[in-house]
Ligand binder design. Structure first.
Ligand SMILES: [Cu+2]
Length: 173
């Protein structure tokens, strides 16, 4: 009996604590909602831009047109003139309200052919999607021979980009 009473006594302060915690939680939620509703559009854009990049890897693209090596330009998916397709923008880095431009998930930072795949969701990206974003490789009416790490690929546009792979495209007549 004595032990039971002791247990009940011990429970009382815990119940009080639970009530205090409940009040704190309610107050915290109210404050959070208040801040959320007062967010300016600028702040909302910034919050969206901060979505974490959870995929980041680098395939390589070598390009030959009519037998000559052609540079894959720097700033694909960054410079507006090298960023033609925006249908996947929601998974890339959003433009900042302070004027800094965003980046497509598939972009280049230099002219070495290194493609940066940087995405806020886990998703397969294809070479075709990169070529769409770039919009600068005209293959209409031409034959394209593609290899990845030396192995021939039939549907190069549908091929899924993988880290460290070397893609060769030979575009000819
Ligand atoms: Cu990168």
């Amino acid at each position: 009996m004595k032990e039971n009473n002791y247990c009940n006594d011990a429970n009382r302060p815990a119940n009080k604590n639970t009530k205090i915690i409940s009040v704190i939680v309610v107050v915290a939620i109210t404050i959070t909602l208040g801040i959320g509703l007062s967010l300016t559009p600028t702040a909302m854009i910034r919050a969206q831009m901060d979505k974490a990049i959870i995929m980041h890897f680098h395939p390589h693209l070598n390009l030959m047109i009519d037998g000559k090596p052609v540079t894959v330009p720097s700033q694909i998916g960054i410079d507006p003139s090298l960023w033609k397709d925006h249908s996947l923008d929601q998974y890339g880095m959003q433009a900042m309200a302070n004027g800094m431009s965003g980046m497509a998930q598939l972009h280049t930072h230099d002219a070495t052919g290194t493609i940066h795949v940087e995405s806020s969701i886990i998703r397969n990206y294809t070479l075709g999607e990169f070529l769409h974003i770039w919009g600068g490789l005209d293959t209409s009416g031409k034959t394209v021979k593609a290899t990845i790490d030396g192995k021939p690929v039939s549907d190069y546009r549908a091929t899924i980009l993988r880290d460290g792979e070397h893609i060769n495209l030979q575009v000819g007549k």
